[in-house]
Design a protein around this ligand. Structure first.
Ligand code: URP
Ligand code: ZN
Ligand code: ZN
Length: 475
């Protein structure tokens, strides 16, 4: 029997292709996991998918998510690389960048080696690592960090809060100086640790320990002050920074001020600052609000508007999930040991890898609040550029990986029971969505078909990152 030779492994026909800059009709010809050709009337594929009338975007790049990150016992994360990347794929995200976190006293190399072991054989989609630098010893600053940057770990996160992670200003300056010299992207968690501790102690002394008081311990001014200080430190070193999970007006104002003064300050925000408010932490002392305890906390509706405006006018570069997965019921998430604990002890973070794209596509693009191209830019292209993965990731172009989402624009109610993470809740339960990925392709493989998940643990590849293309070129 004669066999027909197909020029493509897969052709997606009649797609309404959206990139960060253009929207156009085309067939997408895929071979060897990459996009080989874009055009009309392409030759045949071994497999063909008709996308007539459907929008096709690049797969999402979630540049801020936490998977299987070591926690202080007994707390532990609900998602590892298996469940986390499964959930990502079913929500249209085809690249994740979680964090290899250094514990104080640990070498950065050991943290990276440990994190590779955690990922090994488990990931369903491609992944890179950011580093978390919590102990900037001379060995880390002079040897490990420069070497790791050269090896493809070109971004790291610095914390201004959390006892086990925070750096003081002098340490931050030291780490920023390494970012400048070696061309890395420094991400900063900006909240003033001393103010939070002082407020927390006063709340505790007054018996105010329910989850809702988490928001009172972290008011906007503690974020504003730290954002201001982070900007000043980056100005002193003369290096760009990216402020992560910006929650509202006062931090946004600091970043606008920096930009107006010619400083290269990038910013990220997340779904919780568009779709949740402080009230989701509770209006009374019930423990239910522990589900939405994250830092910075969600603010109010007027701050949500500020965030929408910043997404549309270019203030924000990146829209990430900050997926930090803890089960509501034990083991050992929001109720360590099954106990309702004081807000100080509630693990910070909420799940969101799978819902990040559908929420913004529904409430942004289809609700008329955001252009389709801006959606692609914020959720895929810019994160790929910010962390040295573009143009392999983050776009639909000849030569790029065939990481694609074919959108299914139908209403559905968001239910945790339909999600694929290992968390026992979603903060967005019951929300009406206007769309969901009908197909997710990762390097040309259908990993999600709108109903079933098809990938194999271990198919996801580790990605070494180049120098971030948003940074100035080093000589
Ligand atoms: O509450 C949060 N955001 N938890 C995750 C860790 C972090 O600071 O991003
Ligand atoms: Zn953070
Ligand atoms: Zn985070």
């Amino acid at each position: 029997m004669s066999q027909t030779a197909h020029p493509f492994d897969l052709v997606i026909r009649n797609a309404r292709v959206a990139t960060a800059s253009d929207t156009f009709d085309a067939d997408i010809g895929i071979a060897g996991g990459r996009i080989l050709q874009l055009g009309s009337g392409l030759a045949s594929g071994a497999r063909e998918i008709d996308a007539a009338g459907r929008v096709v975007t690049p797969g999402g790049v979630d540049a801020h998510c936490h998977l299987d990150q070591p926690m202080a016992p007994p707390v532990r994360m609900a998602d590892d690389f298996d469940s986390g990347t499964r959930s990502a794929a079913c929500g249209g995200t085809t690249t994740v960048i979680p964090f290899a976190a250094q514990e104080k006293g640990q070498s950065l190399r050991a943290a990276v080696a440990d994190y590779h072991q955690r990922a090994e054989g488990k990931a369903h989609v491609d992944y890179a690592f950011h580093l978390i630098v919590s102990d900037p010893t001379p060995q880390v600053l002079d040897e490990e960090l420069p070497a790791l940057i050269r090896e493809g770990y070109t971004s790291f996160k610095i914390y201004m809060t959390y006892d086990d992670l925070k750096l003081d200003d002098g340490q931050i300056l030291d780490v920023l100086a390494v970012a400048r010299e070696h061309g890395a992207m420094a991400m900063i968690h900006a909240e003033n640790a001393d103010c939070i501790e002082w407020l927390t102690k006063r709340l505790e002394a007054a018996g105010r320990t329910a989850p809702r008081f988490h928001a009172q311990a972290r008011p906007m001014l503690v974020e504003r002050e730290a954002t201001h200080r982070a900007i000043a430190l980056s100005e002193l070193v003369d290096v760009p920074i990216l402020i992560v999970h910006v929650s509202g007006k006062e931090a946004v104002e600091q970043i606008r001020w920096a930009r107006a003064h010619g400083l290269r300050v990038f910013a990220e925000t997340c779904p919780q600052y568009l779709f949740l408010t402080t009230e989701d932490l509770g209006i009374d002392d019930s423990y239910h609000g522990a589900r939405c305890v994250c830092s910075p906390p969600p603010r109010d509706r007027s701050n949500q508007e500020v965030i929408w405006n910043g997404l549309n006018d270019g203030l924000f570069t990146v829209f990430s999930s900050d997926h930090a997965p803890f089960r509501y019921d034990a083991p050992e998430g929001k109720k360590p040991g099954g106990e309702e604990v004081a807000f100080r002890h509630i693990p910070n973070g909420i799940p969101g890898l799978e819902t990040r794209l559908p929420l913004l596509y529904s409430e942004g693009v289809l609700a008329g609040r955001m252009s389709l191209n801006r959606f692609v830019e914020l959720t895929s292209t810019n994160p790929a550029k910010a962390y040295g993965l573009h143009p392999r990731k983050g776009t639909i172009a000849v030569g790029s990986d065939a990481d694609l989402v074919v959108w299914d624009e139908r209403e559905r109610v968001l239910r945790n029971a339909d999600l694929h993470h290992d968390v026992d809740y979603t903060p967005y339960e019951g929300r009406m969505l206007r769309a969901w990925p009908g197909l997710t392709l990762a390097r040309g493989e259908v990993v999600w078909d709108g109903r079933e998940f098809h990938a194999r643990a271990g198919r996801g590849q580790f990605l070494r990152c180049d120098a971030p293309s948003l940074l100035p070129r080093r000589a």
